[in-house]
Design a protein around this ligand. Structure first.
Ligand code: PMV
Length: 306
């Protein structure tokens, strides 16, 4: 083994199309610069330790390390690792998928291997399933790619990097309380079972908005992208996955000059993103309300990100 070996992967924001992506509609997402690092070394394994309290005693961590080690031909009984994370958990910023991809990269490096993008996508998705039943796979795709892409779930998923004209200035804001993506996904599934036609109409409308927003991102039309984000937020609220906290943050971001704002990820609380030509005043307004707010720029795949 070539140890110690490190692997890093970023979190993500879904710019357009979360939830609808679970029902086969296209979504647009991007990796973000905030991420986490896993370091593996030789020892009595599989053991994966994290400093963050939310992960400290999580029994899924050794299972993740064991599967990642096996996937690259290492003996899990001989590998131990540590996690250092900058990503807040449970806010819809893709911390589980980043953990899966970073662990995989660290194990691959220890095995002296470099995984191709397709292998990373497929394995990252399998490993993320340890944390979330049957995810669409958009989070590990973002962790693996780093930049902006269009995504349609499937076996294999369609992942199309977007050649966006210029980096997109975003504010990412979130509060103190983690929430459950699985619960939001299950709630929408129950509604889809009960009122399929109405929900399908909203999902089709979301798909159209995601395609319009993808085209706007590629051409650098920030006004049109902002309008698509606002429309997507209205549809997410109609689907029942927004929350009063999210609506308040979105309204505040728009008052402070955002071109568009919406929840990102599972919703029902969690993180909000706002697109703004001048993001600092928007971030400041959201911080005054008690949220954490980060200013980031998301770019094309290969331009940075994670
Ligand atoms: O909350 P997150 O970061 O796990 O994002 C979930 C995105 C959903 O579309 C709601 C679910 C999925 O599997 O795509």
């Amino acid at each position: 083994m070539r140890v110690p070996a490190r692997g890093r992967a970023g979190g993500k924001v879904i710019l357009l199309g979360e939830h609808a992506v679970v029902y086969g509609r296209p979504a647009v997402a991007s990796g973000i610069p905030l991420g986490l690092t896993v370091e593996v070394t030789a020892g009595r394994g599989p053991a994966l330790r994290a400093d963050a309290p939310f992960l400290a005693d999580d029994p899924r961590l050794p299972a993740l390390l064991a599967r990642a080690a096996e996937a690259v031909g290492l003996d899990p009984a001989e590998v131990v690792g540590t996690v250092e994370s900058e990503l807040p958990p449970g806010r819809g910023l893709g911390s589980s998928a980043a953990l899966a991809v970073a662990t995989l990269r660290a194990c691959a490096a220890a095995a002296g291997r470099v995984l191709g993008r397709d292998d990373e996508l497929a394995l990252g998705r399998r490993l993320e399933a340890l944390f979330h039943g049957t995810p669409s796979g958009i989070d590990p795709a973002a962790a693996a790619l780093g930049g902006c892409f269009r995504f349609v779930c499937g076996e294999p998923p369609q992942v199309t990097p977007l050649a966006i004209a210029r980096p997109l200035p975003l504010v990412v804001a979130f509060g103190d309380a983690p929430r459950s993506t699985a619960a939001a996904v299950a709630g929408l599934r129950a509604r889809w079972d009960a009122e399929r036609d109405a929900v399908e109409t909203l999902l089709d409308a979301t798909a159209a908005v995601a395609e319009a927003g993808a085209a706007a991102a590629v051409s650098g039309d920030l006004d049109a992208l902002g309008a698509a984000m606002d429309e997507n937020q209205r549809l997410l609220a109609a689907l029942g996955v927004s929350s009063p906290e999210v609506e308040a943050l979105v309204a505040e971001a728009r008052r402070a000059g955002a071109l568009g704002a919406k929840l990102t990820g599972g919703g029902a609380g969690g993180a909000v993103i706002a697109l703004a030509r001048d993001p600092e005043p928007v971030a400041a307004a959201l911080r005054r309300g008690g949220s954490r707010a980060l200013v980031i720029a998301v770019g094309a795949v290969g331009e940075g990100g994670s």
